[in-house]
Write a protein that binds this ligand. Sequence first.
Ligand SMILES: [Zn+2]
Length: 222
Amino acid sequence: MQTELHSTIGNATGAELRLATKLIAGAYQSRHGQFAYEAFEYINSTYFADTLPWPLVVWACTPYGKCVGLTDSGSPLPLVLLHSRAEMLASPPYAFDVLVHECIHVAVHYLHGGGTGETSHNCPEWRSEVDRLAPLLGFPTFRAGANKVKRVPIGDGSLTKTGKPATTTARVSEATFDGQPVPYAATVAGFPDGLRRHLGRAAADYQRPLPFPHALNSAAGR
Ligand SMILES: [Zn+2]
């Protein structure tokens, strides 16, 4: 039985796997499970030209309380967790943003060979995906600049022995919106939901319907 199962898994085609995961999501997680795959298919085709590896998407409590999503890329195919907290369950556009964020992690790991920076959110691969997606998600003037430790003037008028303004090291965000600096953690690391919140647009944006039919649509009549 065990061997039979292993060979079935090993021989499963992409189409079978896609169907199986969607069936399981719908069977065990009902409309939210269905929604997760409807959203994933839209994100994959609209923003990633259908190049992302097929994930298992599950609604659950993520291991770190403050993460609203989590991607485990330790397997040949990604496992994406969406936090089943009330705000996420109640707001398809919010959950959509979180899934976009997780899909960027999937792209960095599976399409770009992993991040080469300090952290998974502070690396050139993450930033280049954010820059590519920002205009597609309605943020044409956002630039995901680097987040570096730099020498900056202390600014209290003190001078070095050679008479130059004294400096100290500080972490500086080079991310900008409309040409103005914006904090890295909120806007680049937390993209796109964090940027939306930083701009004060989340409340309004999350009232808008998503651009594809889905199981959580009230028009679905359930
Ligand atoms: Zn992340």
